[in-house]
Design a protein around this ligand. Sequence first.
Ligand SMILES: Nc1ncnc2c1ncn2[C@@H]1O[C@H](COP(=O)(O)OP(=O)(O)OP(=O)(O)O)[C@@H](O)[C@H]1O
Length: 237
Amino acid sequence: MPAATLDITGLTAGYGPTRVIEDLSLSVPKGAKLAVLGRNGVGKTSLFATLAGQTRRFSGDIKLDGKDITALPSALRARAGLGYVPQTRDVFPTLTVEENLFVGLKDRPKAALEEAYNLFPRLKERRRNLGSQLSGGEQQMLSTMRSILGRPSVLLLDEPLEGLAPVICEELMAAFTQLAATGDMTILLVEQRIQTALDFADRAIIMERGRIVWQGLPADLIGNPALIEAHLGLGLH
Ligand SMILES: Nc1ncnc2c1ncn2[C@@H]1O[C@H](COP(=O)(O)OP(=O)(O)OP(=O)(O)O)[C@@H](O)[C@H]1O
């Protein structure tokens, strides 16, 4: 599946009676790399979970390449091209690496696993290890790869670097950059390390209390420390 545009219009969503995404609209062009920034608790994860169909939606719609996916349950959104790699790292602990990847393969031939191994050779070395025996970084690679095997046209990466050693972070970011360079995916990245996110991205949004309060180019943000201080509360890091 080639990269798709993502269009969100007037999205309001939350949990039970609580609304945490408020009338949010956003257009992400085909093949873009979007950094989703914001302080803790502003709704970044909830936005991704809403796109993936895992929260309560009150109003608004979501389109992939113009096709309305709002009414689809999670599994069908994935089939329509939405790949979601949650912050929790979705790894089956009692399955081996290869068995975990089989789940992501769905009806694709087994040979497609080589794609996974090319991007993350470390996973090939560990293919007979159980999910529970992997390091945090390896679990992140596996979780990401499972999603990518489904060939999503839009990929949502929620804090993939959280808690990982710098050398593993670099390895992961290099893999994401390589993926983006294929032009086959539109990528949305939530990342607390602003500089890392902006080095990767070609556009950025800042969220506050469930809304987008700024959007623009990474260079505009890097060149504006007052803006970073006002919305993110920290300098570049
Ligand atoms: N499952 C849930 N049930 C109820 N409220 C939730 C749930 N998950 C998140 N929230 C609330 O929704 C709001 C947004 O949280 P969310 O995790 O989306 O923010 P975030 O920007 O991703 O934060 P962080 O950077 O800390 O991951 C918070 O007030 C949070 O307490």
